[in-house]
Design a binder for this molecule. Structure first.
Ligand SMILES: [Fe+2]
Ligand SMILES: [Fe+2]
Length: 304
């Protein structure tokens, strides 16, 4: 199952704009409400290990404000979109990101209930987003394009690699992350297409945006992970060693996603040029049939 599907240009969407040329034919963005209940028996270290759990917890702390920023940067241009395909995609993009924000805000409440110091990290993220909002709107969108490439690369890693960071996670959390991963892949080219076609964005601005957005994502992630581990009494050499393996080991999240992130710098890059994981459609089809995130996640696991 851990294969990638590449898109034959002949099978791609016949589009009114050049930027759609890589988009798979009959590609659709589906509105799926965030439908999760975190009040059950989810253990504190739901991933199985302290470092990896807290790293993912810290990652998700950035989503609500980050996603609000993505929506804001896309809305800056929404009244100027004339292409009906892009208009519909932008509408669904906004819906999906808003739902992600709702889901992750809900999960953040469970971290607050655990007595974790999330407030300081959220404050840092909020100030970074406020600073982005003060930049020109083309740059705001370029930052979203860069961040969307990172979230899509992470989503593809979670979907295409059977032996990934979520392998032993609690099923409810695995379903939660898999839903977000699928939708990040599903809408991975929306901000890009808007940037290239409506905003008239070019290579230099997006390359600069990636160079600046990457540390803005990594900084609070590191800060949040360390703060939570410290609050847990788990900030020690043993956990940090495990953390180094989780990040930089053979199947490490950084090692697996960094080359994909760097592909953004290739001139002529388009998000669909990297294809999509085989399991992407397994999840989509199973969800379409069941309307259930856990059933969709299990369909991916059973297909592996
Ligand atoms: Fe998202
Ligand atoms: Fe996204």
């Amino acid at each position: 199952m851990n294969k990638k599907v590449t898109i034959n240009p002949e099978d791609a969407t016949e589009a009114s704009l050049n930027c759609y040329s890589e988009t798979p034919a009959e590609h659709d963005l589906v509105p799926r409400p965030a439908d999760f209940d975190f009040s059950g028996d989810i253990p504190k270290y739901w991933q199985g290990e302290a470092f990896a759990t807290r790293m993912l917890d810290a990652l998700q702390l950035g989503f609500p404000d980050g996603e609000r920023m993505f929506i804001h940067s896309v809305r800056n241009y929404s009244s100027e979109i004339t292409d009906p395909v892009l208009k519909e995609q932008v509408k669904q993009f906004i819906y999906q990101e808003a739902q992600h924000g709702i889901g992750h805000t809900d999960f953040t409440k469970t971290l607050v209930d655990q007595g974790l110091p999330v407030e300081g990290v959220v404050k840092v993220i909020k100030s970074a987003m406020m600073a982005f909002k003060k930049t020109p709107r083309k740059y705001q969108l370029a930052a979203t394009v860069a961040a969307e490439h990172m979230t899509a690369s992470l989503g593809e890693f979670l979907l295409e690699d059977d032996n990934n960071i979520l392998s032993n996670a609690h099923p409810a959390m695995k379903a939660f992350y898999m839903w977000h991963a699928v939708e990040e892949v599903e809408h991975k080219a929306v901000a890009w297409d808007l940037y290239e076609s409506v905003a008239g964005g070019g290579y230099f601005t997006r390359a600069l945006a990636m160079a600046l957005t990457y540390p803005v994502m990594i900084g609070p992630l590191t800060l949040g992970t360390m703060a939570m581990l410290k609050a847990d009494g788990e900030l020690n050499v043993k956990e940090l060693r495990k953390g180094a393996k989780t990040m930089f080991g053979k199947n490490g999240i950084w090692r697996k996603t960094f080359p994909a992130v760097m592909s953004f710098y290739k001139p002529g890059f388009h998000p669909w040029k990297t294809g999509y994981p085989e399991s992407f459609h397994v999840w989509k089809d199973a969800y379409k049939e069941s309307g259930d995130m856990v059933a969709a996640m299990e369909a991916v696991e059973n297909a592996s």
